[in-house]
Design a protein around this ligand. Structure first.
Ligand code: ADP
Length: 456
């Protein structure tokens, strides 16, 4: 199956799994919420029954008695329906009704007491919802409160918000001598959500842990899949590149060989020398490539066995640069190298490979004319070598991987130069085996600087 199909189908499965978990949480919440309402309403009922058994003074009867009294008082001072003075009278009547009803609210105390007895959460707000209140004037009822109003103890009355969180209990319609009222008893358990969540904590933890585990497994599986894909891409790139690297010198050798069997060339000693030089050079190149590939032990161990000798790095560097100049006369090289010696313990053979690899890369990945700046900064106990080119540069995304085994910049989009992607990995392994550091700074289409730091 293609990785993209695997990724999208497993992503789909993950999303379905998450949605099911989410749906489960909502369902569990609803079941718990229903259960909460049943349990708490049961307690409220019991409390209300108890309240009804109380003596009238303690129950709602005393509230009706007061309401009747103030209704009579306002009726008695008259003019309550007189438009000019009605407003202020009505406001103070309304306030009196609210005060009486708020003061009379006795049931929340009983409910709390009952909840406490059963170890249930006693945090609640209770009150009345007045639908309408009117004063009886002969055969008429004079409306005083018309809109639904929520009265909670010690709070200002608020116009009723239909989105009530709490429960409506009994509805009362009472008509006495001087007033008529229609109201509901209302209870809101303010910590209902917290109570339900705390009851659900086990389920929530289990679901969260399983989501976490599955997401982690998903993440690591995808990461492994990507890694494997990368490795398999690298492998096939490597085999293609290796075939090319081996075939080019082989076909040059075969061409030179054909030339040597040509009668005209056999007669010309200069030509013979030239052809044999070509064969020699290609042979050396082939040996180098094969050595690099065969040195598998180094790829696995990461650390190379060095044969260390004390050398003057300044002398070594000048020699290598001179050697490079002889082969690449077209390259402009500026050097800033101190005259004084800098002795280090190093494996000359391996250091030469590292240095040559860096310079060869500068040639391989140049853009037009190649200018090199080689700069050696020497401190008392360490030195930094900078090799700066004006080549094609390396994109920041590639810089992160450039020292990895087999890593090559996406060749089709950037350059067509063949290689095995081992050069920089080799250089880094060599420098690190010397206890040194290798890093780079690069800007696309501007150039690259490699830094080598070695200690005494
Ligand atoms: P190879 O040259 O065989 O591909 P290397 O490990 O030497 O392998 O280099 C890895 C990649 O780094 C190359 O494919 C190339 O794209 C990039 N690279 C290396 N050196 C330079 C440089 N001096 N300038 C620009 N790109 C470079």
């Amino acid at each position: 199956m293609k990785p993209r199909i695997i990724v999208s189908s497993s992503l789909f499965a993950l999303i379905v799994f998450l949605s099911i978990q989410f749906y489960t949480i909502i369902n569990v919440y609803e079941v718990r919420s229903h259960d909460f309402d049943t349990r708490y309403n049961q307690v409220i009922r019991e409390a209300m029954d108890e309240l009804n058994d109380y003596s009238p003074e303690q129950g709602l009867d005393s509230m009706y008695w007061y309401l009747n009294k103030i209704s009579f008082y306002y009726k008695d001072i008259g003019h309550i329906n007189d438009a000019e003075i009605a407003d202020s009278l009505r406001i103070s009547l309304r306030n009196d009704i609210v005060n009486v009803m708020q003061a009379a609210e006795p049931f929340s105390r009983i409910i709390r007491y009952k909840l406490n007895l059963q170890n249930m959460d006693p945090n609640l707000e209770a009150g009345f919802i007045i639908h309408d209140f009117g004063i009886i004037e002969g055969f008429e009822i004079l409306p005083i409160i018309k809109n639904d109003t929520l009265l909670l103890k010690n709070k200002k009355p608020v116009p009723l918000n239909l989105n009530l969180q709490g429960s409506l209990l009994d509805n009362f319609r009472v008509e006495q001598d001087f007033f008529a009222i229609n109201f509901d008893v209302y209870v809101d358990f303010t910590r209902k959500r917290q109570v339900i969540y705390s009851e659900m904590i086990g389920v929530l933890v289990l679901i969260t842990v399983s989501i976490l585990i599955i997401s982690l497994v998903f993440y690591f599986t995808l990461r492994n899949l990507m890694k494997q894909k990368k490795i398999s891409d690298l492998k096939s790139d490597f085999i293609n590149n290796m075939t090319h690297e081996l075939k080019t010198p082989l076909s040059t050798i075969s061409l030179a060989n054909q030339g040597l069997s040509n009668d005209d060339i056999v007669k010309d000693p200069l030509k013979i020398k030239e052809y044999s030089n070509i064969i020699k050079r290609q042979n050396k190149h082939l040996t180098q490539i094969i050595d690099q590939i065969l040195d598998i032990s180094m790829w696995e161990k990461q650390k190379i066995n060095l044969v260390l000798k004390q050398i003057d790095f300044v002398h070594f560097l000048n020699e290598k640069i001179d050697g490079f100049k002889m082969v690449h006369e077209e390259v402009q090289i500026k050097t800033f190298i101190p005259r004084s010696s800098f002795f280090i313990y190093a494996d000359v053979f391996q250091l030469s490979i590292a240095f040559n690899n860096l310079l060869d890369n500068a040639v391989k990945y140049k853009r037009g004319e190649l200018n090199l700046i080689i700069d050696l900064i020497v401190n008392p106990d360490e030195m930094i070598l900078k090799i700066k080119d004006n080549g094609m540069g390396i994109h920041p995304n590639d810089q992160k991987h450039i020292f990895e085994k087999f890593y090559r910049v996406n060749t089709s989009s950037v350059h067509n130069t063949k290689g095995l992607g081992l050069g920089l990995f080799y250089v880094k392994s060599i420098i690190e085996a010397h206890g040194g550091e290798l890093w780079l700074e690069s800007e696309l289409n501007i150039g690259t600087t490699f830094f080598i730091k070695l200690k005494k």
